[in-house]
Design a protein. Structure first.
Length: 394
């Protein structure tokens, strides 16, 4: 492959996404320490994390509008810079209320990146499924490194230092992106921003059958992703009987598989079709979450849990085919704000995954909580099969 500027853009957008994800993912392996420090329940931390993901979701549409108005480079740099600052403030939180506030600030700042960067990359590549798959893999790259690093640093120096790793990751990537990425021309520099928020065009876009159908699929995937990112290490430690270190290691394995399969499922969606690739991920989700529950209940040991984590990692690579499906149904002029809009919708709905699963774990136990995720993936699979078998045309 001959290296060109598009590949530089893809690499640095992926690293920028990695930085915004590191700051959010270092929280998950530190949940037990944070609940002990503030003397709160899993449901309370789940609420804080849901608030973070909700703010992240709500930033998607405005970020697309801002990208059209000011150019993608400016918005991406703002996202990475805001992530660095918010992560530092979160590490310094004196009580649970301030902690919850800064998780929301972190989510909003990090949320400015993804929609704008994805739209920017679709201008650079023809095979958008593969490009989106590589870009999405920035999250799993963060997941591979961040949880064990946070667990190690947190166990030695305290959870506050573990959370501050988000700032450490974001600052150098901010500088590198500012150095190597050229200024980008805004698509709509003169259009008043308030016009982009007019309700009529937004409702029309969301009500298109293909967009609405894809939004349902993405919501199911986002719900499961949020819950997994928030509580998989805790599930493995409490329900699976693993040590904190081993739970963090398997959380990294989850992200390794997740990251490694994103470009593959994206390429499969380019080579065959979006729904075939998406069905592969949903099937893996049914098997993976179901296996986690069974292995945890039976005290089967580490090997079955490892196999289940691998399947869950594959399941959460639904993003590449499903997000490519959105792009297929949006015109080039719509992709900036339009993709941000649909991401805001499905991520707001999916953000409830953390609080629902955290609360269900408190009330009914971790097996029931993760059993719900297997059911959610089954609904996604049935939805995809119905579209194909009944030839609904979505």
């Amino acid at each position: 492959m001959n290296w060109r500027y598009a590949h530089t853009a893809l690499a640095l957008c992926t690293l920028a996404f990695t930085a915004t994800m590191v700051a959010r993912l270092v929280i998950s392996p530190l949940v037990p320490a944070i609940t002990d420090a503030f003397e709160v329940t899993n449901a309370t931390i789940g609420l804080a994390l849901s608030g973070m993901w909700l703010a992240y979701a709500m930033a998607q549409f405005p970020s697309g509008v801002l990208g059209d108005r000011y150019g993608e480079r400016t918005v991406i740099l703002t996202a990475v810079g805001a992530t660095a600052v918010a992560s530092l403030l979160l590490a310094l939180a004196p009580n649970i209320y301030v902690f919850m506030l800064f998780t929301v600030v972190l989510g909003a700042g990090a949320g400015l990146h993804y929609s704008v960067a994805t739209t920017y990359l679709t201008k650079q590549f023809d095979d958008i499924g593969r490009a989106i798959g590589v870009h999405v893999a920035g999250g799993p790259i963060a997941g591979l490194a961040a949880p064990p690093a946070a667990a190690l640093v947190g166990s030695r120096y305290g959870w506050r230092v573990g959370i501050a790793l988000g700032t450490l990751a974001a600052v150098p990537i901010f500088l590198l992106f500012a150095w190597r990425i050229r200024p980008t021309e805004p698509l709509r520099p003169d259009q008043p921003i308030r016009e982009r928020f007019a309700a009529g065009p937004l409702v029309d876009l969301l009500s298109r059958p293909a967009i609405l159908y894809t939004t349902v699929l993405a919501t199911l995937g986002a719900f499961s992703w949020q819950a997994t990112a928030s509580f998989l290490p805790t599930f493995l430690e409490v329900n699976g009987g693993l040590s904190t270190a081993l739970s963090a290691l398997l959380f990294s394995l989850y992200f390794l598989v997740h990251g490694g399969t994103q470009p593959i499922t994206g390429a499969l969606s380019d080579r065959f079709d979006r729904d075939t690739a998406a069905m592969l991920t949903m099937t893996a989700g049914v098997l993976g979450y179901g296996s986690l529950v069974v292995a945890g209940r039976s005290d089967a040991g580490t090997v079955p849990l490892i196999a289940a984590v691998v399947l869950v990692g594959l399941a959460m690579s639904w993003g590449a085919p499903v997000q490519s499906r959105f792009m297929d149904n949006l015109s080039e002029a719509e992709r900036g704000a339009g993709f941000g809009l649909v991401r805001t919708v499905y991520m707001i709905l999916g953000a409830s995954g953390s609080v629902v699963v955290g609360t269900l774990a408190d009330v009914a136990g971790w097996s029931v909580a993760f059993g719900l995720l297997a059911a959610v993936m089954a609904i996604g699979l049935v939805t995809l099969l119905a579209n194909r078998l009944l030839r609904l045309g979505y």
